[in-house]
Design a protein around this ligand. Structure first.
Ligand code: NAP
Length: 248
């Protein structure tokens, strides 16, 4: 039987207290990895980690990814407790939608800092260790919106397109050290982030999805598992669209 065994690996999944991140954390844990569950609330992260498993293979950690000092501290805590991070999943993200001419500096900055600069902070913090150990996997969760754009989401689209550029640059920078860096671009996945969509918008979106349905968080998690596995060891700098065919 062919399977994926991540025993001995340590994964940090940012923004894993709910939604897609939570599904990713559960999947990597089920494959044998030790997993750090992360969000901005320490209590929430600890509760979710407790549901996942015992302290030898699961822990909660809190940091605002926009703050480099909090990120460095959180990564130090994870590595002390669970060992060197071998898999980093940059999943933390947010939206603050508005039309361009109404978009405030705050709305722009908050989204760019969380979605793009946050991934820069975590990647920079884990890259040194991965370089020394000559190996690692970094998986960034972008979005179909970073590829095709979306009205009212200039900040979000820019952050997610930026994440694709960041992925490719770092993939080239560290390929010689066997650090593989890839991106997933999910389409519309049923989570709290998309729950607020008005019915009309939801119907219009469905019409644009060849598979005729929204995605599920575990359908993104399965692709993360693949990218973290030995089956993906010749794959770097790629963007895998998990979008029901939206952006082919
Ligand atoms: P979600 O349910 O809103 O969860 C977002 C997670 O990110 C939460 O755990 C949240 O934790 C964390 N987070 C947000 N800002 C953070 C910050 N500054 N620092 C640390 N953690 C932060 O979102 P989701 O729908 O699962 O989306 C997950 C990722 O997939 C995001 O990057 C999103 O852009 C991307 N994506 C989603 C869809 C979709 O259809 N849902 C489609 C394409 C891409 P706290 O708020 O508790 O701190």
């Amino acid at each position: 039987m062919i399977g994926i065994d991540l025993t001995g690996q340590t994964a940090l999944v940012t923004g894993s207290t709910r939604g897609i991140g939570l599904a990713i954390a559960k999947t990597l844990h089920a494959a044998g990895a030790a997993v750090a569950v992360h969000g901005r609330s320490a209590e929430q992260a600890a509760t979710v980690a407790g549901d996942l498993g015992g302290p030898d293979r699961a822990m909660g950690v809190a940091a605002d990814v926009a703050d480099p000092l909090q990120v460095a501290e959180a990564i130090g805590a994870v590595e002390s407790a669970l060992g060197p991070i071998t898999i980093l999943v940059n999943n933390a993200g947010m939206t603050r939608d508005n039309l361009l001419i109404r978009m405030s500096d705050d709305e722009w900055d908050a989204v760019l800092r969380a979605n793009l600069t946050g991934a820069f902070h975590t990647m920079r913090a884990v890259a040194k260790g991965m370089m020394k150990r000559r190996g690692g996997r970094i998986i960034n969760i972008s979005s179909v919106v970073g590829i095709v754009g979306n009205k009212g989401q200039a900040n979000y689209a820019a952050s997610k397109a930026g994440l694709i550029g960041l992925t490719k640059a770092v993939a080239k920078e560290y390929a010689s050290r066997n650090i593989l860096v890839n991106c997933i671009a999910p389409g519309y996945v049923e989570t709290e982030m998309t729950a607020a969509l008005p019915q009309e918008a939801s119907d219009a979106l469905l019409g644009a999805i060849p598979l005729g349905r929204f995605g599920q968080a575990n359908e993104v998690a399965g692709v993360v598992l693949f990218l973290a596995s030995d089956f993906a060891k010749y794959l770097t700098g790629q963007v895998v669209a998990v979008d029901g065919g939206m952006a082919m």
